[in-house]
Each structure stands twice: as C-alpha cells, then as structure tokens.
Design a protein around this ligand. Structure first.
Ligand code: ATP
Ligand code: MG
Length: 406
C-alpha cells in the first residue's frame, strides 16, 4: 500500500517573510498587518487561524489548504509558502511523516520517472536531541534508500523534503511556492491611485501596493462621450487588483464638465496638461477625505510625448500632495511583462475611449510652463469644477476579484 493513501491533504501553510528589512517597532506592525492580510485573503476560501512564530507564520485554514497556499502567493510581504504536515517531536515520528510526505509528493511527478530528491532539516528547538545536520542525515538514510524512483541530489533537487523542528511543533513539507515579496499592504498607509483603462496605471497600482500602500482607486469618467463599456473596463481592472489588498474602494468621478470648461477656455495645445492638473487637484482633495497621503499614477518618462520632465512638473505642481510614479524608469516592455503577470494585460489591451482622449488636441504642448497653466486657469472656475466632480462622484466598495488563475 502506498503511504499517501493514509496521508490526507496538508493541514497547514508555513509562511515565510523577509525579515532583513525589519527593525524595532516596524516588525510588530509588519507582522500584525501581514497576519490580518492573510486572514482577509483567505476569507472567501476558508476561515483561517494565523499564528506568529519566530520569523514565520503558521496558517491553519479549516480546509482547502492547497487552494489557500495558492491564494497566499498574492499577499505582499510573503516570500514563500509551504503546505505542511505536523509531526510529533520525536525522530521516529519525523521519519515516518517524511516517508509518507515523500510518497505522496512523488505521485505528483510522471509515473515511473526518477526524481532528484534531497532532505533539508532545520532545528530551532534546541531541546531536540539531534542537530540540523544529524537530523537531515538520519531522515535521508531512513527514507531515501531502496526507493526506485528516488535519486539523491543535493545540488539540483526537484523535490526537497523540508523538516522544521520548533518548540511550537514540528512540520514536514515538500514544496515551496514563491510569494510576491514586498511589504504588507497598509504598512505605509494609504494612497489614491489614478487609474485609467490603460496598461500602465494598473501596473503602477500593483507596484505601489507591493511597497505597502493601501490604495483607494479613482477614475475619471467623461460621460456621455465616454460610455459604459469604458467605465466597466476600469471596474473590472480594479476587481483584479482587489486581490492584492484586504479591501478596495473605487471612486468614479465625473469629468465631462471639466473637459467642456477647459476646451472652451484654454488654447488647444494646453488642454491635455490642464485636464491632468484638474485630475490631480480632485485626487488630492479626495486623498484628504480618504486619509491618504500620496497619489499614485502610471506616468513614466518620455513614454508619450506629454510625459516630459516639464509636463510632469506642471501636472505635479497642481497640488502639494506627494505623487508616486512607480513606472518612472520602465520601458513599455517591462510594464507589459508585469501586466501579464498580474493578469491585467488582456483587459487593458481592449481599446476603449478615455476622458483624456476626448477633445484630444492635434499638437499637445511638450514643455508646459506652470505659470502659464496658472494664468490659463484664471479663465475657469477651478474650485467649482473640483467641487462638482467630488460631490457627484460615485463610490463603489468592491470585493476581492476573480479566483487565482489555474
Ligand atoms: P495608462 O496606460 O495608465 O492610461 P498612459 O501611458 O496612457 O497611462 P496618460 O494617458 O498620459 O498615460 O495618463 C497618465 C496617468 O494619468 C495614468 O497612468 C493615470 O494614472 C492617470 N490618468 C489618465 N487618465 C485617467 C482617467 N481617466 N482616470 C484616472 N486617472 C487617469
Ligand atoms: Mg491612458
């Protein structure tokens, strides 16, 4: 009989996180947020208990552990995840468990193929009688020899049997899924992300979340020139991004009245920069309301003619709020690679009109002068336009997005 018939699904996920960046008081906040974000991520799969051990977390879902482990691959702050089984803290039990875990895991490889295997043990409970190296050798010598399909390979193993001996319990595992790294969402506070239906802003959002910003999303919608499909596209993009943080709000702010006012008052060449300055102002006001301390955009340098140093200065100076531009040094190819990886590319690639393309000037200015911008804005009622956009904005609280792709 194969031992895997008696070994059920793993019961735990061992979660590792990068410790090096953690010092003093940061650590407590990091760990508290990570634990909360893990629980939130698993909410729709299985309620889970999260325990903090030294430098690790043990996640105990009520069921569906394999699905939970996959889901944790999207939780920032996590460096890797191992679905694991528990064992009593005795050498014989660890050997028995290891044998069963190995047999079960070998079944995931093509039948009859030889698999390169090694054993790695770590003893952090010093009361355990064997050292890490001794435990490794003992288990390996008891479990590996005589198995037709096993070839010991310490340098390039395909299957690493891991053994973790801790005061809180001993774990055995055979796989290690990579996490996304970064910092738990929320450790750096909140930001407002200006999101369009394009390729860039969803990637910028993901990168900002990766560095610990919890995002409130804001999109400008020029109804009726820009229709429902364009709005729905942004809602769907935000639903994909919602996988990466515990809760997600999308604000849809009307912008057509700004388009009209700017078009009527401002020379063609300045239109695009003026639209973007108005967006920045509205975003800064909403940031205050949402207790956010930064704006996040998909701007890059030189990617489109409008993204010159001068134009970014003219746009950024419309408010005092910090503007974070995670894509600043990215080539389009680099952005597309991330967009594919996080699952936003296909949706972003669908062509829809955007409120900045409404009344797009034939020759947008390349080097806007901030003083000239301020002069031109004397011709429109900036405060009134901003107020109207905010008071007519629609607020959507979105649940987490689609399940993890297979
Ligand atoms: P994207 O691919 O994100 O649309 P882009 O390369 O098309 O970016 P622009 O159209 O100049 O560049 O927009 C620059 C940034 O301004 C966007 O990344 C986004 O952060 C913000 N932005 C543009 N249009 C909108 C909009 N309709 N709603 C909210 N933010 C917007
Ligand atoms: Mg765009």
């Amino acid at each position: 009989v194969s031992s895997s018939q008696v070994l059920p699904e793993p019961e735990f996920c061992l979660v590792r996180y990068g410790e090096l960046a953690l010092k003093g008081g940061n650590r407590v906040d990091f760990e508290r947020r990570l634990a909360g974000n893990i629980r939130a991520a698993l909410r729709s799969i299985s309620p889970a208990r999260v325990e903090r051990l030294r430098g690790r977390m043990v996640v105990t879902p009520e069921g569906r552990v394999t699905a939970c482990a996959q889901r944790l691959r999207d939780v920032f702050g996590i460096s890797s995840i191992s679905p694991a089984w528990k064992s009593a803290s005795r050498t014989e039990d660890l050997i028995e468990r290891s044998r069963a875990v190995l047999a079960r895991t070998l079944e995931e490889f093509e039948p009859a193929r030889c698999v390169r295997v090694c054993v790695r043990a770590k003893r952090s409970d010093k009361r355990f009688p064997l050292t890490s190296a001794e435990l490794e050798r003992t288990v390996a010598s008891q479990v590996l020899p005589g198995r037709e399909r096993v070839r010991v390979d310490l340098t390039d193993p395909e299957l690493t049997l891991g053994i973790d001996v801790r005061a809180e319990g001993c774990f055995v595992y055979a796989s290690r899924l990579s996490g996304p790294g970064g910092l738990p969402v929320g450790t750096l506070g909140r930001g407002v992300c200006l999101i369009s239906g394009g390729i860039d802003s969803p990637v910028a959002a993901w990168m900002a979340m990766k560095r610990g910003l919890e995002l409130v999303f804001l999109t400008f919608h020029s109804y009726p020139w820009v229709g429902e499909p364009a709005r729905k596209k942004v809602v769907d993009l935000v639903k994909i991004l919602a996988r990466f943080q515990p809760r997600t709000r999308l604000i849809v702010a009307p912008f057509a009245h700004v388009n009209i006012a700017v078009r009527e008052a401002v020379p063609d060449a300045y239109r695009t920069v003026m639209y973007r300055r108005m967006m920045q102002r509205i975003a800064a006001r909403l940031a205050e309301r949402e207790q956010a301390r930064a704006l996040v955009t998909g701007e890059s340098l030189g990617q489109v003619a409008s993204q010159t140093v001068e134009n970014l200065t003219a746009i950024g100076s419309a408010s005092a709020t910090l503007v974070v531009r995670p894509l600043i040094g990215f080539d389009k190819e680099e952005t597309i690679r991330v967009a594919r990886r996080i699952g936003t590319f296909d949706l972003s690639a669908v062509q829809e009109p955007d409120c900045c393309t409404v009344f797009l000037p034939a020759r947008p200015i390349l080097r806007a002068d901030p003083r000239r911008c301020a002069e031109l804005e004397q011709r429109i009622d900036v405060a009134e336009l901003v107020d109207r956009s905010i008071s007519e904005a629609e607020c959507l609280d979105l649940d987490e997005g689609a399940p993890y792709p297979p």
